[in-house]
Write a protein that binds this ligand. Structure first.
Ligand SMILES: [Zn+2]
Length: 599
């Protein structure tokens, strides 16, 4: 692979393009000292287990001790993972990462006593304790635990379940081993006639090919292999669903969905509203598909024709300096204070910019309460990377506000809220580009980028959410989750989502067999709700600047100090109602209309 050899070694990357890890620990010596300290504190905290909590101050002390340990652990973990991600071929730092991983397991097992200990205090006594000043700060933290009171079994029963968790995970383990190690995919021909070894990730790249024959071959070859294992994959998925249903039942939840959503106090109406509204707006997806068919000039549009770019290569390039400048312009609706945070992130070596040999691929924003919010990029001079930059900056500024406003106990935020901050920034960039670019090629590219993102996030993830809920309900009603049963439903659902302009290839009915997110217990719906909420928020920011700005910053500052729906409500989006979704569909329709005219 010639390209890999052209990449610089880590040591050759100019220092100003690397992240400054001395803001976590000055050097490896300091890291190793801190690691030892966390190990010692972990051993000490284990001694608290089994002691009966009999006063408010003892409760406050134990919570504080546990949180303090996590706070130290996170810093150690961040240093190890930054160092390991910057060069995964560096054995010294791979060793740090392995030690940090082991430490996470030790800390979580040593501190597992706290939750049962709190639940062991009877409600009345706990109410009295909560009047005490030293527990004021922990009110919401304790409420999150005591809300589970009716759903936690006695210690012996919980221990039996916990001890069997490896066995319960057999379904997802089989899926992972089968799809990552055992499945053998054939070689297929790319557009230049070269043989390419097919895999799940190569499949994604081949579906973006401009040659219909390559896409068709990749699709047929991939599903031919999955088809051979459809019964095994149905069994592994059924095992996962049965686990979720069983856990929910023994913990006295009405359903697996209720159990999963209860973590963040999300009422099921949020999920149902999403599915209803998306189904009510499927005509927009059908319209988009029709446009695709027309622009690609295909006699028939297949499921494998949905990912190839409609408008060719991006007609505009950005160097990193230009991208930073454009990002700052685009994020202006967020106000001066927000832009100062962006400036800080851009100018203080919080970003690891370029690709080097062994560097972890992709992009992320990370860090912990006591470190800067770091960003990992693998920068290329194009528009997609500008979007990545504003996305990760959205996470980092969210982290900055949360950590600088909230005490450690609420200094993080759940996934349900996380992607809203990053996607709002992407939406603001889209708004900005559409306001400032008049070249029809650039406009078409930006509109298509947005529409494809919406299709993949709102429509596709809701389709997944609908399927996931269906199979859990079917299993709860005693229906066997065979490959035929799941394929029948999935195929019909897919036909309904994409409409009559897409040929209903039988292979797509098997798509359920290869989606890892179906092993993540009611996770996917949050992508769709998050995207739509971000759409509503960015519209508010652009059109209704002053008030929307204050409310938005309040959301970024709230961390996990309240439940996510309360935080979103205060930001101006009621996620139990359909309005925010309808607002997002209105934007989709307006942009689809413009692209229809342009093309
Ligand atoms: Zn993200």
């Amino acid at each position: 692979m010639d390209e890999v050899q052209q990449l610089p070694l880590r040591s050759e990357v100019p220092v100003e393009l690397t992240w400054d890890t001395t803001k976590v620990f000055a050097d490896d010596v300091d890291f190793e000292k801190a690691l030892l300290q966390v190990q010692e504190h972990t051993a000490q905290i284990g001694e608290l287990a089994g002691t009966l909590i009999d006063s408010a101050s003892q409760l406050a002390q134990e919570i504080t001790a546990v949180l303090q340990l996590y706070r130290q652990l996170e810093k150690v973990y961040v240093y190890a993972s930054l160092k390991s991600d910057q060069d995964t071929k560096n054995n010294h730092y791979q060793g740090y990462q392995a030690q940090a991983d082991a430490l996470v397991a030790q800390v979580s097992s040593a501190t597992a006593f706290l939750e049962p200990a709190i639940l062991n205090i009877d409600t009345e006594t706990l109410q009295q304790y909560l009047q005490e000043p030293q527990l004021q700060i922990y009110q919401h933290f304790i409420a999150q635990i005591t809300n589970k009171r009716d759903h936690v079994l006695n210690a012996e029963q919980e221990a039996l379940l916990a001890g069997a968790s490896d066995i319960f995970n057999t379904g997802s383990n089989v899926f992972n081993v089968l799809t990552n190690a055992d499945l053998q995919f054939p070689e297929i021909q790319d557009v230049q006639g070269h043989s390419v070894q097919l895999s799940d990730s190569v499949y994604g790249i081949l579906l973006e090919s401009s040659a219909p024959e390559v896409r068709k071959q990749a699709f047929a070859a991939l599903y031919q292999v999955y088809g051979q294992f459809k019964n095994t994959l149905a069994s592994s998925l059924a095992g996962e669903v049965k686990k979720n249903n069983y856990y929910a039942k023994v913990h006295h939840y009405a359903s697996a969905r209720q159990a999963a959503l209860a973590q963040n106090q999300i009422p099921p109406v949020v999920y149902d509203t999403l599915i209803t509204e998306v189904n009510d707006h499927l005509d927009l997806l059908h319209r988009y598909v029709k446009l695709r068919k027309k622009v690609l000039r295909l006699p028939e549009l297949h499921m494998y024709d949905l990912y190839t770019p409609l408008v060719g290569e991006a007609p505009i390039k950005y160097t990193l300096a230009q991208a930073k400048q454009t990002a700052k312009q685009a994020l202006q609706p967020l106000g001066v204070d927000y832009l100062q945070r962006v400036q800080e992130i851009f100018e203080h070596r919080y970003i690891d910019v370029v690709e080097n040999q062994g560097k972890r691929s992709g992009a992320y924003s990370g860090g912990s309460y006591d470190t800067p919010p770091y960003i990992l990029l693998n920068w290329q001079d194009n528009l997609d990377n500008l979007y990545t930059l504003v996305h990760e900056t959205g996470h980092s500024v969210h982290s900055w506000y949360t950590r600088n406003t909230q005490p450690y106990v609420y200094g993080d935020y759940p996934i349900f809220l996380a992607e809203i901050a990053s996607t709002t920034n992407e939406n603001l960039l889209t708004e900005y580009l559409l306001q400032t670019q008049s070249d029809p090629h650039i406009r078409a590219y930006v509109l298509n980028y947005y529409l494809d993102g919406f299709k993949g996030t709102v429509f596709r993830q809701t389709q997944f959410a609908e399927f996931e809920h269906f199979i859990h309900q079917a299993d709860a009603q005693g229906k066997p989750l065979t490959a035929e049963f799941m394929s029948q439903y999935y195929g019909d659902l897919n036909a309904c989502y994409y409409g009559i302009d897409v040929v209903n290839d039988p292979q797509i009915a098997l798509e359920w067999a290869r989606i890892p997110h179906f092993y993540m217990n009611y996770y996917v719906y949050q992508y769709a709700t998050g995207f739509a909420a971000a759409s509503a928020l960015s519209q508010n920011l652009v059109h209704n600047n002053a008030v929307a700005q204050i409310k938005y910053l309040d959301y970024l500052k709230a961390g996990s100090s309240k439940y996510p729906l309360e935080i979103m409500n205060a930001a101006g989006v009621d996620m139990t109602k359909p309005d925010y979704l309808r607002q997002a569909f209105a934007v989709f329709e307006q942009r689809l209309e413009e692209l229809e005219k342009l093309l």
